[in-house]
Design a binder for this molecule. Structure first.
Ligand code: CS2
Length: 482
C-alpha cells in the first residue's frame, strides 16, 4: 500500500500528520530532502500549535521525480529521525500543492502573484542564486539574461522570482517575504542584493523596495540523501510505502530574522528563534559546522573514506578538526551572545559522529567552488587581515585541491560535481603538474578566491607546503603524523 490521505488510517496514530490539509500561504522553491526535514516540519508544528493558512506549495525547479512522488501521495511524505539509539518516523501534511517549474512556469508565476501567498522560502543550494562567491554580486550569464530580456519561460530561480514579483505588482497582491534557507553568508542580504538588482533590470525597484522583505536565516539539520535504507525503514514503521521519505538527525535549529510584512506562521511555537539579526548565528554555523563538514569530506574522500562518520575516525582527524576550530575558526568570528565557539564545535563533532547518519563524503564535497568561500575562505580572509596564517583552514583548501584533481590516495576516481567543473579541469590540465602549478591554477578561479587571497604570498606558501605533504604521504599518513 502507498502513502496517501485515504491510507492514513493504516499508519500508526503517532506517525500521522498533526494538521488537516492546510490552505496555501507559503511557496517553497527547491523540494530538497533538507527542506522536507526542516522548514516543512517547523511549519507543520507551527500550524498545529497556532493554526493559520500556511500550507506550503512545493515548487521543484527542474526535478519531476519528487513532484510526481508527492502528487501520487496527496503531498504527504515522512521524516525519520535517526538517533544513535533508535529512530522515529512521522508523516508531514503541510504540503498544499506540488508544481514543476520547468513544465509549468506560468502557473508558478501566477502563484507568486496570489494574495494568499505571503512568504516564499527557498532551498535551491548555493549555485541556484547565481552569485559570485567573492563579491556576492549576481552573475548575469546568458541564461539569466535571457530570463530577464525575453518573454520566454524563465529557466533560472532568479528569473522565476522576478517574473513572479512583476506579476504580483501588476495584480496588486500585496507585500511578501523572500526567505533564503540556504547556507549562504548573510543570506538575507544576498537575497536583497539579488532581488534589487533584478528589480532595476525590470524597472520595478520602487514596488520591490516597498513590498518585498528578505529575512535572513540560519538553518540547521543534518539530512543525508535518501537511500533504499531510508525508504525501507519508513515503509516498515508506517506500514505503507513512501517514495518521498527523508531522514535526518535529531538536532534541529532555525534562527529567522523577523521581517514578514504580510505575516508568518508561529514558527517560534515550533522551536524556531525569531530575532532582529541572525547573522552571528549564520557565521558561526557556516564557518564551524559547514566548514568542518567540508574539511572532513575532502580529507576523508581523498583518504578513501565513504562516510563522514567513518572519516571522523581516521587517526589524527578529530585532533586536526579541534585545532581548526580553536586556532582558526573561533578567533575569526564573534559568536552569538552566550555561545562559546569551542563548545559549539564539540557539539558539532558529536553530531557528525552519529553512527545512524550515513552521509557520503562525496555528497558534502560536491559544489566546492560554491561552498568554500563562506565555509572556509571567509575564515582565512579574516585571519589574514588579523595578520595570522590560518594553517588548518589552509589544509582544508588543499584537501579540496587534492579532491578536484579527481583521484583518491588509493588511485580511485573521485567525482567532480561542481558548476565550475569544466573551468577547474581546464585550469588543471593547462598547469604544470607540481604543487606550485596546481595551487596557482586553482587560486586563479576568480569567483572562488578574491584577489586579496589569490595574491597572498604567505597563504600561497602554506598551501604549497600542505599540498607537497599530501602528495608525498597521502592524507591518512599526514593526519596521523600531526
Ligand atoms: C552539508 C550541509 O552537504 C553539505 O554541504 O554541509 O548540507 C549540512 O549538513 C547542513 O547545512 C546542516 O545544517
Amino acid at each position: 500500500m502507498e502513502l496517501s490521505r485515504a491510507n492514513l488510517s493504516s499508519v500508526p496514530a503517532a506517525s500521522r500528520p498533526r494538521i488537516d490539509a492546510p490552505a496555501p500561504g507559503i511557496v517553497h522553491l527547491g523540494v530538497s530532502a533538507f527542506h522536507r526535514a526542516h522548514q516543512a516540519v517547523f511549519t507543520e508544528d507551527a500550524m498545529a500549535a497556532d493554526g493559520g493558512d500556511w500550507g506550503i506549495v512545493h515548487v521543484a525547479p527542474r526535478s519531476p521525480e519528487i513532484v510526481d512522488a508527492m502528487r501520487a501521495q496527496d503531498g504527504l511524505f515522512s521524516v525519520t529521525t535517526l538517533g544513535p539509539d533508535g529512530s522515529s518516523t512521522r508523516v508531514i501534511g503541510a504540503s498544499a500543492g506540488q508544481m514543476l517549474a520547468a513544465a509549468d512556469p506560468d502557473a508558478v508565476v501566477a502563484l507568486l502573484a496570489d494574495p494568499a501567498v505571503k512568504v516564499v522560502t527557498l532551498t535551491v543550494t548555493e549555485k541556484g542564486y547565481r552569485l559570485d562567491g567573492t563579491t556576492g554580486r549576481l552573475l548575469l550569464d546568458d541564461e539569466l539574461r535571457a530570463d530577464l530580456e525575453t518573454d520566454r519561460a524563465p529557466r533560472t530561480v532568479p528569473g522565476l522570482l522576478i517574473r513572479g514579483m512583476c506579476a504580483r505588482r501588476r495584480a496588486d497582491a500585496g507585500p511578501i517575504a523572500l526567505v533564503s534557507c540556504d547556507n549562504l553568508p548573510a543570506n538575507g542580504h544576498r537575497m536583497r542584493g539579488l532581488i534589487d538588482t533584478l528589480a532595476v533590470a525590470k524597472g520595478i525597484s520602487d514596488w520591490v523596495r516597498e513590498n518585498v522583505t528578505t529575512p535572513g536565516t540560519m538553518v540547521d539539520r543534518i539530512v543525508p540523501a535518501t537511500t533504499a535504507d531510508t525508504l525501507a525503514l519508513a515503509a516498515k514503521t508506517l506500514g505503507v510505502r513512501d517514495r518521498a521519505a527523508v531522514n535526518g538527525e535529531p538536532y534541529l535549529a532555525w534562527v529567522i530574522e523577523d521581517a514578514f510584512p504580510a505575516g508568518r506562521p508561529a514558527w517560534e511555537k515550533a522551536g524556531a528563534v525569531l530575532t532582529g539579526d541572525p547573522r552571528p548565528w549564520e557565521t558561526l554555523k557556516l564557518r564551524t559546522l559547514n566548514g568542518v563538514h567540508s574539511a572532513i569530506a575532502y580529507l576523508g574522500a581523498v583518504a578513501g573514506q565513504e562516510t563522514i562518520a567513518a572519516a571522523l575516525e581516521l587517526p589524527g582527524m578529530a585532533g586536526v578538526l579541534r585545532r581548526l576550530i580553536a586556532e582558526d575558526i573561533a578567533p575569526s568570528l564573534v559568536a552569538p551572545a552566550g555561545i562559546d565557539t569551542i563548545s559549539y564545535g564539540e557539539e558539532v563533532l558529536a553530531r557528525f559522529a552519529n553512527p545512524a547518519i550515513v552521509y557520503r563524503t562525496t555528497q558534502v564535497a560536491g559544489d566546492g567552488s560554491q561552498k568554500l568561500p563562506p565555509r572556509v575562505l571567509h575564515t582565512i580572509q579574516q585571519r589574514r587581515e588579523a595578520g595570522a596564517v590560518p594553517r588548518w583552514a589552509a589544509l582544508v583548501v588543499v584537501a579540496w585541491m587534492r579532491f578536484v584533481q579527481g583521484v583518491s590516495d588509493e588511485g580511485r576516481p573521485l567525482p567532480l560535481d561542481d558548476p565550475l567543473a569544466d573551468r577547474i579541469r581546464a585550469r588543471l590540465a593547462a598547469a604544470p603538474d607540481t604543487p606550485d602549478g596546481v595551487v596557482d591554477a586553482l587560486l586563479g578561479l576568480d569567483t572562488v578566491f578574491s584577489p586579496a587571497l589569490a595574491e597572498d604570498a604567505d597563504l600561497r606558501a602554506a598551501l604549497v607546503e600542505w599540498l607537497t605533504a599530501l602528495e608525498k604521504h597521502g592524507v591518512a599518513t599526514t593526519l596521523a603524523g600531526l
